[in-house]
Design a protein around this ligand. Structure first.
Ligand code: ATP
Length: 252
């Protein structure tokens, strides 16, 4: 809460009193949390805590029963999924959904946003801009030497990075990732942490994750959900030593 008379804090994302009810069952229940610019926030919690539902609500896949989600100056609860994407929110689901028959280059190229400016007959200029951006993103996602490899031949981890790249090319201000390191090798997890640290220079990232070593590596702040509400919030150190968190989640 902003004290009366103070300037509002410039959060990138403010979730306030968010509630969604499925046939009377509140999967998310009067939830409030705030994400800063350039922050990596991780949401953890037991199965069924409401983590995926929170991301579904932010990206507009599920409509809130009550509460608000403010992204910069926009109220997301009143917007459609596509409007939310255009406002700058990218969402990656758990399973990679790249085009297996296309190359890394083509997968990135196809995701390049169209129609943001009038290119008209300037296709030559546009092609150069696309190639440049594809190269930049390929470097960030560790695939610059694989640009002409077909999606089908990438490892599971490389497919996950490519999908992150397909979102990055759209330059979202908020990127949401659901268990990005599930099924990855240890070295891929370390590189994914590096990737996230690189990309938050220009945006914030909201991650759902169960892998506590990875959470420790990346999280600026952790929000622990339980039964649709916040059980604990703060640094990894703080939530890890919170008896309530140990009881319902970490102790198992
Ligand atoms: N569309 C829906 N209709 C009815 N119930 C739903 C719906 N979506 C989610 N739920 C319920 O809401 C609760 C929260 O689910 P959610 O998937 O958000 O949890 P989660 O914390 O992401 O769990 P997990 O770690 O298992 O992915 C669960 O009890 C789930 O069954």
């Amino acid at each position: 809460m902003t004290p009366i008379g103070a300037q509002p804090t410039p959060f990138l994302l403010s979730v306030e009193g968010l509630t969604v009810s499925f046939d009377g069952f509140k999967a998310v229940n009067d939830l409030s949390f705030y994400v800063d610019e350039n922050e990596i926030r991780v949401i953890i919690g037991p199965n069924g805590a409401g983590k995926t539902t929170v991301l579904d609500l932010i990206c507009g896949k599920t409509k809130a029963t009550a509460g608000s989600i403010t992204f910069r100056d926009k109220e997301l609860t009143r917007m459609s999924e596509s409007q939310i994407v255009l406002a700058g929110v990218g969402r990656k689901f758990q399973t990679p959904s790249i085009y297996e028959d296309l190359t890394v280059f083509e997968n990135l190229e196809i995701s390049y946003p169209r129609g943001r400016s009038v290119w008209g007959a300037l296709t030559f200029k546009r092609d150069a801009a696309v190639r440049e951006r594809v190269a930049e993103v390929a470097e960030i996602i560790f695939l610059k030497d694989k640009l002409h490899e077909r999606g089908a031949f990438l490892s599971h981890g490389q497919k996950q990075w490519l999908e992150i790249g397909m979102l990055l090319i759209q330059e979202p201000d908020l990127l949401m990732l659901d268990e990005p390191v599930a099924g990855m090798s240890v070295s891929e997890r370390i590189k994914t942490a590096e990737l996230l640290r690189t990309i938050i220079k220009d945006r914030s990232v909201l991650v759902i994750e169960h892998d506590m070593k990875f959470v420790e590596d990346i999280a600026h702040k952790v929000t622990v959900l339980h039964q649709g509400r916040i059980l604990s919030e703060g640094s990894m150190e703080k939530v890890q030593s919170d008896p309530k968190v140990i009881e319902v989640y970490l102790g198992h």
